[in-house]
Each structure stands twice: as structure tokens, then as C-alpha cells.
Write a protein that binds this ligand. Structure first.
Ligand code: 5GP
Ligand code: MN
Length: 325
């Protein structure tokens, strides 16, 4: 059994021994995904390496304050001009999560898989996975420290963003003493913690507020009050003028009702597919539930995509959660 320390050294060697990298995070990147992409880019720049950063999906507007965020390509709007044989995947629990960016990779590419999902299946030629890390950004903090190349405010802001968003503002159970030590160091490097918390966790755009209102109006609960769910349809999205990133956080509302063990947000993607986001109060391992439907995540936060109508998918997922209770 390899230790985390050995994997850190292995990842360092992987980076030292290759060049001309493709850096990719999961489809529809969130705070940790964007931060981790940029943090790897920052590291490679420091090492004098060349790289391309690309994701399937746009980076959320509210994350564009990060250094070089404009350099992350969105493959949905950027045409592919070449393929890459050295790849670094961040925050992707399985290879499918890179989405169509897989088309940018050569067959048999050297691949470093850096992640913190317990459901990570260990894809790639080199892995650096810490299942109890609060964020992929926490793992990258350890990796960058190993290079002994110093720090600056830009990298501090990236790592802080990943940790802040993936811990829900230092509140989830993943917020270990080590997380607080890292955050302390990043604040010393000049990160403005309160401003980031306000813009990333508190502020709502009007479309976000509107889609939240529409979603809350759909609340349903199981008879015993232990499962609560809401849904969002394409019509809601149009009515609110909302984008995918505007759904972040909605699933917490059903979960936060007293007595609820699992909260779910069902997002109708199109007529035949629904994305389920699940949050657990602790008793139910929602990663295991999501994994059964081909998804994954963490014990208390997981997701999956199912084929079927909203009603069919809702029945299947709620039934499976009730079994787990
Ligand atoms: P969210 O519900 O916010 O989209 O995701 C919650 C957690 O579940 C995140 O850690 C995310 O990476 C994971 N997750 C969400 N959707 C999927 C999916 O389709 N597949 C996998 N493997 N993980 C997912
Ligand atoms: Mn993450």
C-alpha cells in the first residue's frame, strides 16, 4: 500500500519528467475544480513548463478574479487544434468526469490523477488521491510545498478559493485542523478571506435568486420527514435567466430542514435525463447511493445523472435513499 507521502513524490516526479501538459478538471467546473486547474497551471509556470488548461463548460463568472482564469479554455466553444500526451486531471473522481475533453488526449497518454473523492477509481498512470482532504486544493497545497518554490498571493487565492468553497466556508466535517493551518498560511500570504466568503458564498445574482425561489416552490418531503427534495426544469432556468452555476447551493435548503437526513435537487437536463445532487446530514452515505446510479462524490455530498423523466428518476432515487435510511 503506497502512502500519501510516496504519492506526493510520485506526482512531483511525474511533473518534473514531463512537459507540454493538458490540465483538466470535471465538467461544469465548480470552485475547487477551477482553483485546482489554475493552481496546477501556476506550479507549471513556476517550473518553466508549458501547458494548456481546458474544461468542458464555462468557469463560473464569480471566479474570474483568479489570476489567469481567462486562460482556461471552454472546449464547448474552443475548437481543438491538437492532442496531448501528458495530462493532469484534477478533482475528477473518474475519467468520465473530464467529459468531452477526453478528445483532446492521445490514446495511452501519461495521466496524473489528483483528487480527493473517496469514490475515485484510481484511473491514470499516476495517482495522488487523499480521500479525507477537504478539497483537491488541499492536496495541491501539499504538492506545491514539496517543490519548495515559494508562494505568492495568486496561488494563495486559488488554493483558498478551492478550500473555502469545498468546505462550505470551513463548516463541513472535512474542515480539519490541517485545513485551518493551511488557511492561516494562505491568509498570511494576503488572501482577503471575508471578501471571498462574501462574493463566493453569500452574494446571489438576481437570476440565482429567481431560480432559487422557483426551486423552493417545488419542495416535497417523505412522510417521515427524513427526505426532502426540490427540482429545477429547463423552463425554470429560462424564466430566471439562470445558468448551471446558479444552481450551486440550492440543494442545501431541503437538506437544512430540521429532521431531514437527505436533501436532493433534481435538475432536468432534457426530456430524457435528470441530474441528482444529494446532501446528507451524516447518517446516509450519499456517495454510495450516487455510485449505484453511475455517479459518485463524498459521504455527505454526491451526485449522479440518470436517464428517464423527472417523475421516474425522482421515484428511483428517493426509493433508494429510503432504503439506505
Ligand atoms: P454536486 O451535487 O454539487 O454537483 O456535486 C457534489 C459532489 O458529488 C461533488 O464532489 C461532485 O464531484 C460529485 N458529483 C456530482 N455529480 C457527479 C457525477 O455525475 N459523477 C461523479 N463521479 N461525481 C459526481
Ligand atoms: Mn473538490
Amino acid at each position: 500500500m503506497r502512502t500519501y507521502e510516496q504519492d506526493l513524490i510520485g506526482a512531483k516526479q511525474f511533473i518534473e519528467q514531463h512537459d507540454d501538459f493538458l490540465i483538466v478538471a470535471h465538467v461544469q467546473p465548480d470552485g475547487d475544480a477551477v482553483s485546482s486547474t489554475l493552481a496546477v497551471g501556476w506550479l507549471l509556470s513556476r517550473l518553466g513548463k508549458t501547458f494548456t488548461m481546458v474544461n468542458e463548460g464555462p468557469i463560473p463568472q464569480r471566479m474570474t478574479y483568479m489570476h489567469k482564469s481567462e486562460e482556461i479554455l471552454n472546449m464547448s466553444v474552443t475548437e481543438r487544434t491538437r492532442t496531448y500526451s501528458n495530462v493532469i486531471c484534477v478533482d475528477c473522481a473518474d475519467f468520465k468526469r473530464v467529459g468531452l475533453v477526453s478528445q483532446w488526449m492521445e490514446e495511452g497518454a501519461n495521466m496524473l490523477n489528483i483528487d480527493h473523492h473517496p469514490t475515485n477509481d484510481g484511473y491514470g498512470t499516476q495517482t495522488l488521491i487523499k480521500a479525507d482532504a477537504a478539497a483537491t486544493a488541499e492536496v495541491l497545497y501539499d504538492l506545491i510545498a514539496l517543490f519548495e518554490i515559494g508562494w505568492d498571493r495568486n496561488i494563495a487565492e486559488m488554493l483558498y478559493t478551492g478550500i473555502l468553497t469545498d468546505t462550505g466556508g470551513f463548516r463541513y466535517s472535512s474542515t480539519s485542523p490541517k485545513v485551518m493551518e493551511i488557511a492561516s498560511h494562505l491568509l498570511e500570504l494576503g488572501v482577503n478571506g471575508p471578501d471571498l466568503a462574501d462574493s463566493l458564498l453569500e452574494q446571489l445574482t438576481k437570476p440565482q435568486f429567481d431560480v432559487l425561489t422557483l426551486a423552493l416552490g417545488t419542495l416535497q418531503m417523505s412522510n417521515d420527514g427524513k427526505v426532502a427534495w426540490v427540482h429545477v426544469t429547463p423552463e425554470h432556468m429560462i424564466q430566471a435567466g439562470a445558468a448551471n452555476e446558479d444552481l450551486e447551493g440550492i440543494v442545501n435548503y431541503p437538506r437544512n430542514i430540521q429532521g431531514v437526513e437527505v436533501g436532493v435537487l433534481f435538475k432536468v437536463i432534457d426530456e430524457g435525463a435528470v441530474k441528482a445532487s444529494m446532501r446528507s446530514a451524516g447518517k446516509v452515505d450519499v456517495a454510495a447511493v450516487a455510485a449505484e446510479f453511475g455517479g459518485g462524490g463524498h459521504v455527505r455530498a454526491a451526485g449522479c445523472r440518470l436517464e428517464g423523466s423527472l417523475q421516474e428518476v425522482t421515484e428511483r432515487v428517493i426509493e433508494r435513499i429510503r432504503q439506505a435510511l
